[in-house]
Design a protein around this ligand. Structure first.
Ligand SMILES: NC(=O)C1=CN([C@@H]2O[C@H](COP(=O)(O)OP(=O)(O)OC[C@H]3O[C@@H](n4cnc5c(N)ncnc54)[C@H](O)[C@@H]3O)[C@@H](O)[C@H]2O)C=CC1
Ligand SMILES: CC(C)(CO)C(=O)C(=O)O
Length: 311
């Protein structure tokens, strides 16, 4: 069994490390990580175990390499570019998206018929080139045929993840699971990023008032999209967010916070931006999500402007 991980960064290199114990893995990553891994192996610490792994890494697979599965773990902003760049490998191959936000699977679907959606609520933090710490985990990984259902390919990849020691479930409603994860990211990531605080600090009542409006708007849009999630109402989800998800990831600084702190664009268009864009298609007003998108884009512009002036 041969698996390529495209856009292998914090998430992708940790998945590559675990899978490398039971199958042949090629992590397609940036040169600096490939060099560090070649020199001293990939270092992973934290709740997925502490060890040093060696597996194939480079910026480009050989032209004649064939893969049984491809996993995309880039930021959502890079999904289209990755699909274009690696379209000859992706064509006719089952492709799994292990990314945040809504819309990645629809992009991948333009390049292959078999798209497997993924949902992962585990925290991965860079320590150095080729060195990642796995910090928190709120639930098992979920994989399922996109937009829903299952098939033999899904069952095979789920069993590979299981054999590699990963906590994973087969999900027949993967669109609902992806929406569910996006609710969590839409609720917490922008506020955590603007306030520069870990998730736990957002249990404050002022933050919760804003968050409950974000969630109410998102729920209305999800209903129009006919998506079924584990929670029937915004109130039910808010209870779960406050009592389960925030406590189990309280110490984590959102990926949006981490992106802004290193001067990178965020995935806001695939999170709150998706809710706003889809709301418009149904005539649903999403003023709080819209404000949050503008705030994050303002922050991105200010940071990019500052970097341009410093250079
Ligand atoms: N970091 C985390 O804790 C979690 C992240 N996620 C999601 O998973 C996805 C990946 O996140 P991270 O691993 O944190 O991002 P990351 O930025 O660490 O990794 C993505 C890597 O892909 C590389 N890349 C992009 N285009 C490439 C190309 N054409 N060729 C080779 N490499 C390329 C980037 O340079 C980067 O190193 C995102 O959607 C994120 O929101 C989901 C759960 C947790
Ligand atoms: C909390 C976490 C790491 C869960 O996967 C996440 O989604 C994020 O930081 O954006």
């Amino acid at each position: 069994m041969k698996i390529a991980i495209l856009g292998a960064g914090a998430v992708g290199l940790c998945i590559s490390a675990k899978l490398s114990k039971i199958c042949e893995v090629h992590a397609v990553c940036r040169q600096k990580h490939a060099k560090a891994i070649e020199k001293r192996g990939f270092v992973m610490t934290g709740i997925w175990g502490e060890s040093n792994y060696s597996f194939k890494c480079s910026e480009m697979p050989a032209e004649d390499e064939k893969f049984d599965f491809i996993i995309i773990t880039s930021k959502s902003n890079a999904t289209r570019e990755i699909c274009e760049q690696f379209k000859d490998f992706i064509k006719d191959t089952p492709v799994i998206s292990l990314q945040n936000g809504i819309g990645n699977e629809d992009i991948i679907k333009e390049f292959t018929d078999c798209v497997i959606g993924g949902m992962i609520i585990t925290g991965f933090e860079w320590q150095d080139d080729g060195y990642v710490h796995v910090s928190v985990q709120a639930s098992p990984i979920k994989l399922g045929l996109y937009p829903k259902g299952t098939n033999e390919k899904v069952k095979t990849i789920v069993s590979i993840f299981q054999k590699a020691g990963l906590d994973i479930l087969e999900e027949t409603n993967i669109s609902g699971a992806i929406w569910g994860k996006t609710l969590y990211n839409a609720a917490l990531n922008p506020l955590g990023a603007v306030m520069k605080v870990p998730y736990g600090k957002l249990l404050d009542n002022n933050a919760m008032e804003i968050i409950s409006e974000i969630v109410k708007e998102a729920f209305e849009v999800s209903k129009a999209e006919k998506v079924t999630m584990d929670w029937k109402t915004a109130e039910e989800y808010m209870y779960y967010l406050k009592n389960n998800q925030i406590p189990s990831t309280a110490e984590h600084h959102s990926s949006m916070y981490q992106d802004l702190s290193i001067g990178k664009k965020t995935e806001i268009d695939f999170i709150n931006g998706y809710i706003v864009k889809t709301g418009k298609n149904y005539g649903i007003k999403t003023p709080v999500n819209s404000t949050v998108v503008n705030l994050i884009k303002l922050k991105e512009n200010l940071i990019l402007d500052k970097t341009a002036h410093e250079n």
